[in-house]
Design a protein around this ligand. Sequence first.
Ligand code: IPD
Ligand code: CA
Ligand code: CA
Length: 254
Amino acid sequence: MPISLAVLEQVVREAGTIALTYFKDLKHIAIDKKSPRDFVTAADVAVEAFLKEKLSQICPEYGFWGEESGQTANQTNRWIVDPIDGTHSFSKGQYFWSISVALEIDQQLVMGAVYAPALNDYYCAELGKGAFKNGETIQVSDETSLANSMIGTGFACLRQYLTDNNLARFNRVAQQTTGQRRFGSAAMDLCLVADGQLDAFWEQELNLYDIAAGALIAQEAGGTVTDFQGNDGIFPKQILVTNGKILDQLLPLM
Ligand code: IPD
Ligand code: CA
Ligand code: CA
């Protein structure tokens, strides 16, 4: 591995300090729109610029794909970064937003970190070595009944005005579960499944940078990562992550 989880944590936590500087002065932050329902702030840009520079200093031979700056040349071995996941929440002064950093080598996700600076929760994983929250091992929940479950989702599809806008799917799942949550940061949602705080999460029309780190963390915590048909893998356009015990009950509702 070109970097240790400990060094990655130092870098991501430093990025969090930058994000918090903007978060504590939202009255003066520049907020732009990439599309009618998609915001970007000066914090997104500054955090990504820091991560791009720092990670390329540490691993000069690796490429970089950031939500705001796009892809560099080497996309075989690359960092996949969402500098602020949950920008709308961030811009409103809410605490549920995160910095997501994943490392992919030869098309295999091998390391991931999702940091929520306002909550001071740091999730990470390395392929085959388990998942951690604030240094402690985490695992998915033991819930075996969909009826007793708490499920998370998001509405990226509404942002894109798609006809399959997830509302009918949400309606089906909501009527079969006890709790439903839409927290606003897909990267964090995936970590909540890893930590047993959610029993499953699904969303459509995301991008790899939204979910790469969180999906590896959920997988290393014992979760299933599939599409809506139950095919194993990370599918940004159709991601379904569960504790592994309610997948079969959820699939017919997807
Ligand atoms: C968003 C968050 C949100 C999801 C949106 C994403 P962004 O990321 O992950 O939970 O529902 O589709 O775009 O735009 O704040 O980086
Ligand atoms: Ca995102
Ligand atoms: Ca983002």
